[in-house]
Design a protein around this ligand. Structure first.
Ligand SMILES: NC(=O)c1ccc[n+]([C@@H]2O[C@H](COP(=O)([O-])OP(=O)(O)OC[C@H]3O[C@@H](n4cnc5c(N)ncnc54)[C@H](OP(=O)(O)O)[C@@H]3O)[C@@H](O)[C@H]2O)c1
Length: 266
């Protein structure tokens, strides 16, 4: 198992949520981390808060020139490139009868295509370090949420390409894995204009009973699994569900609850 200490790690979308949690976790363990996002103020504030080991770059991963800039920044900041975390992602929801083609193309561009293009760009440098790529899938491919077909489709794509790239890049000794997070309170739904912070938190906490472990997760818990995938030297092509058991599909079957109550009283 490798150590994060001294690694150079590029985390896309590191200005908030899961990416910011991952950047903080890696910086605290001695890595040099480069993060990016489209909002300059946000990304600079995040990098400043994490200190000298973190560099923030205002970059849009759907723009080819920005991807080049980002990779150069990560190599300059970290001295090499040990890991790429393809975390930047957007939400798009809607009934299948209402979907807009441009919005669909945009969400696929960020969540899938830009991540693939950046991975290709980083591959020669990751090969030098026998490095790792981590993609972020979602619980949305395990549980079906009506109205979330655009987002779920992008995450199914990411999970599918993870296995192909693991096979393809294995000969270069690059490991490629995917995390499938469950419900974590971040900015993703609010940025999509779907709800405000308070409603988003209430909605997620309202899902607590659907988790085997009875609660939603934290960005640090996702970062722990991400760090494992960066460091584990014999793991590739893996999908790790990190969701407190949300993907198990717990049901509130009245007959089962009644049986359980009877057993508890026996
Ligand atoms: N939160 C959850 O419950 C959950 C569950 C499963 C999977 N995920 C996945 O986890 C990842 C992180 O999401 P999050 O929940 O942490 O949401 P978040 O707080 O909204 O973070 C996503 C970040 O991506 C950046 N981003 C979006 N488009 C970008 C682009 N074109 N170029 C560069 N940066 C871009 C955003 O910054 P800018 O807007 O400034 O660019 C934002 O900081 C996503 O892939 C998401 O699908 C989240």
């Amino acid at each position: 198992m490798r150590s994060l200490e001294g690694m150079s790690i590029l985390v896309t979308g590191g200005g908030s949520g899961i990416g910011l949690g991952a950047a903080r976790y890696c910086v605290e363990r001695g890595a040099r981390v480069t993060i990016c996002g489209r909002r300059k103020d946000k990304i600079e504030a995040a990098a400043t808060a994490l200190g000298d080991s973190c560099r923030g770059v205002a970059a849009d991963i759907t723009v080819a020139a920005d991807r080049e800039t980002l990779l150069e920044a990560a190599k300059n900041h970290g001295g090499q490139l040990d890991a790429l975390v393809n975390n930047a992602g957007n939400m798009y929801r809607g009934a299948i009868t209402e979907l807009e083609e441009v919005a669909l193309q945009e969400v696929f561009h960020t969540n899938v295509i830009a991540a693939m293009m950046l991975t290709g760009l980083c591959t020669p440098y990751l090969e030098q370090q026998k490095g790792a790529v981590v993609f972020i899938g979602s619980i949305h491919t395990r549980r079906a949420f009506p109205g979330a077909s655009p987002y779920a489709a992008t995450k199914a794509a990411v999970q599918g390409l993870t296995r192909v790239l693991a096979a393809e890049l294995g000969e270069k000794k690059i490991r490629v894995n995917c995390l499938l997070p469950g419900a974590v309170f971040t900015e993703i739904n609010q940025r999509a204009g779907l709800m405000d912070d308070e409603t988003a938190l209430q909605r997620l906490e309202g899902m607590s009973d659907l988790h085997a472990l009875g609660r939603i997760g934290t960005t640090e818990e996702i970062a722990e699994a991400m760090a494992y995938l960066i460091c584990a030297e014999w793991v590739t092509g893996a999908m790790i569900d990190i969701d407190g058991g949300l993907g198990l599909g717990l049901t509130q079957d009245p007959a089962v609850s009644a049986m359980k109550e009877t057993c508890d009283h026996d």
